[in-house]
Design a protein around this ligand. Structure first.
Ligand SMILES: [Zn+2]
Length: 86
């Protein structure tokens, strides 16, 4: 969590994305194409994964029960869904 979002949402939540977090704020880590890590809730990491080109889940996610959940959700999303009001 950063001061930028007031600590109300996880670090994976885009500032332009108005949706609330789902569950704990630090369950999954997404790595973007530049190697930067974004740790967040299932909801926002899935949205991030769908939006960032070349993004992937951190290898540690393989042992997590919700890695598939994040992947499956990301697969159903369009990039930057919040720009479409979703
Ligand atoms: Zn979140």
């Amino acid at each position: 969590m950063t001061a930028a979002n007031g600590g109300r949402r996880c670090a994976a939540a885009d500032q332009a994305d108005p949706t609330p977090c789902e569950g704990r704020h630090t369950v999954v880590t997404v790595i973007d194409r530049n190697g930067a890590q974004h740790t967040g809730c299932i909801h926002h990491t899935a949205r991030l994964l769908a939006s960032l080109e070349g993004a992937r889940l951190h290898p540690s996610a393989a042992v997590l029960p919700f890695a598939c959940e994040v992947y499956c959700r990301a697969d159903q999303l369009l990039p930057f869904p919040w720009q479409l009001g979703r």
